[in-house]
Design a protein around this ligand. Structure first.
Ligand code: RAM
Length: 396
């Protein structure tokens, strides 16, 4: 209940703050952000931790959920349906990325809360080959569902088609595979919206002109590539961005050290650089430290975890990142879990127009992803800035 109120407030704040971040009036920042933020900060952290226990095991059953859990209790307040005896796999891009740690937590909370079993696969590097190996083992194991954050849009196709032919329900989240390789895609935010927020931030932080660079994840990452393409096409289509020059897209492969090296290389290669935009939580955290350690005047924006970026967010020279964006990675993976349950139970088929209830996150409709397949959009990206970062840094 608390979480629902929080989510509603958060959605309202997200919309308003995003608009503000994209050049809307400063009035909307002031009205929306403060009104909604005290609630999430105060409640979201405890709520997230308290939720699994409260939801999975009703009060009077302090005894273990396994014993007490006949069908109607296994379908907790969180919604979803009983999936006892079913196994749901989550395959992330790579191990050691705090973003995916949060995602795994959210996914597990929903699946286990509905009686199912979770298998987590974290490849040691963000490569497609590593994911193929993991998915092959899931096919042999005979899991019921696979949710993957893809390291390549097309290269998983043969393996995922094999999985689907074996009756496994395949969806993706965070970073998609092509339409033939999935039933649906849980997308964190509209691709154009993310691209718009990022290019507007670059425009703002550069003062309207000059050089900027992008520090991305891997060169094959579907999500980063889609956001970068969106940034480029928005920039090309509107004269207000014509004085911005994108000098390079560098790849840190979502590895902290490589991202650090790439950020340093950008600074030495481009002495006139004004802004680095890192649309990856790993890249932005690495770049933030490099810039701040070097007392660089280059400004940073992109997509970052508040918990990792709090010390770098600020409007003064001592801070490298005035503001950045993200969404709740745990909620994104919860959505992947709920949609997997709906696929396994046959409530949805993955077709545009299908609807399902994602527990206390509410009802979602599958929409046209524009690539021949369907997607489910979590919501708009949220702007983190000096006014709200303290309230979010302990949440995710
Ligand atoms: C990194 C990953 C992930 C992306 C975030 C923003 O953690 O590349 O796929 O969604 O950044």
């Amino acid at each position: 209940m608390k979480r629902k109120v929080v989510s509603i407030l958060l959605s309202a704040a997200m919309t308003a703050v995003l608009l503000a971040g994209c050049g809307g009036s400063s009035a909307s920042t002031e009205t929306a952000a403060p009104a909604a933020e005290p609630a999430p900060a105060a409640e979201a952290a405890p709520a997230e931790e308290a939720a699994p226990a409260e939801e999975a095991a009703p009060a009077e059953e302090a005894a273990p959920a396994e014993e007490a859990a006949p069908a109607e209790e296994a379908a907790p307040a969180a919604g979803g349906s009983d999936v006892s005896g079913k196994t749901f796999a989550i395959v992330v891009k790579s191990a050691g990325n705090p973003y995916f740690k949060k995602a795994i937590e959210g996914f597990t909370e929903v699946i286990e809360g509905n009686g199912g079993t979770v298998v987590v696969k974290e490849p040691s590097a963000a490569t497609v080959d590593a994911q193929i190996t993991e998915i092959q083992s899931l096919i042999s194991q005979g899991v019921d569902s696979i949710s993957v954050a893809a390291n390549d849009e097309n290269a998983l196709q043969a393996t995922l088609e094999e999985a689907m032919a074996a009756g496994i329900k395949v969806n993706c989240f965070d970073s998609k595979v092509n339409a033939d390789s999935r039933l649906t895609f849980c997308n964190q935010a509209g691709t154009t919206e993310v691209g718009q927020a990022l290019i507007d931030a670059v425009l703002d932080l550069s003062g309207g002109e000059g050089q900027y660079a992008i520090l991305s994840a891997t060169s094959q990452a579907t999500n980063q590539n889609a956001w970068i393409e969106a940034m480029k096409s928005i920039q090309e289509g509107d004269a207000k961005y014509s004085k911005l020059e994108l000098v390079e897209v560098a790849y840190g492969d979502d590895e902290p050290q490589k991202s650090t090296d790439q950020a340093q290389a950008l600074l030495s290669k481009y002495p006139d650089l004004k802004v680095i935009c890192a649309p990856t939580t790993v890249g932005i955290a690495a770049a933030a430290k490099v810039l701040q350690d070097q007392k660089s005047s280059v400004k940073l924006t992109g997509l970052g975890l508040p918990s990792e970026m709090a010390e770098y967010i600020g409007n003064d020279d001592a801070h490298s990142c005035p503001y950045m964006f993200l969404w709740n990675p745990s909620d994104l993976a919860k959505l992947a879990a709920y949609s997997s349950i709906a696929l396994v139970n046959g409530e949805i088929k993955g077709e545009v127009g299908d609807t399902f209830t994602a527990g206390d996150m509410g009802e979602y409709t599958l929409t046209d992803a524009g690539d021949g397949g369907s997607e489910i959009i979590l919501g708009p990206p949220f702007q983190f800035n000096p006014d709200n970062i303290a309230e979010w840094k302990d949440v995710y």
